[in-house]
Ligand binder design. Structure first.
Ligand code: HEC
Length: 115
């Protein structure tokens, strides 16, 4: 019984907010628990990479920092960008798939490649 109550509290805390988030910005009461929405400001920008091939960048490069981390860099040679992607994976554990690397590199060269 105690376990069942605990389980429903955990459910209310984790499942309800995501299920109801889109529906109403107000507070939600369920099972004696009141969940209130909170407004948060993420610490970085919300701009997306744009233009041809941007999807792979948005999928792989926005989890940890904003587009400015790339846009404020100087134009760099391909080998440097390749090493940079490798650094994101090795040093910072970015979950970038091998298969996405050529497209990421192509985007970086077109946007910030040393010509
Ligand atoms: C798992 C988190 C993570 C992901 C995903 C990630 N990065 Fe980073 N990136 C970092 C961290 C941490 C830094 C260092 C930030 C600092 O020094 O303030 C960084 C820094 C950078 C820099 C600045 C130069 C440097 O080496 O410090 C560039 C350029 C960069 N990232 C590009 C990318 C690109 C392109 C992608 C997508 C292919 C990407 N990052 C994905 C974590 C990540």
């Amino acid at each position: 019984m105690r376990h069942a109550l605990l389980s429903s509290l955990v459910l209310a805390a984790f499942v309800l907010p995501s299920a109801l988030h889109a529906a109403s910005p107000g507070s939600v009461s369920a099972g004696g628990v009141t969940l209130a929405s909170t407004h948060i400001e993420l610490p970085f920008g919300t701009t997306l990479y744009t233009g041809a091939g941007a999807d792979v960048m948005n999928a792989n490069c926005l989890g940890c920092h904003s587009t400015e981390m790339v846009s404020t860099q100087p134009n760099l040679p391909e080998a440097t960008w390749k090493a940079e992607i490798g650094k994101m994976r090795a040093a910072f554990k970015a979950p970038i798939a091998d298969a996405d690397i050529p497209a990421i590199l192509a985007y970086l060269m077109q946007a910030k490649g040393a010509k």
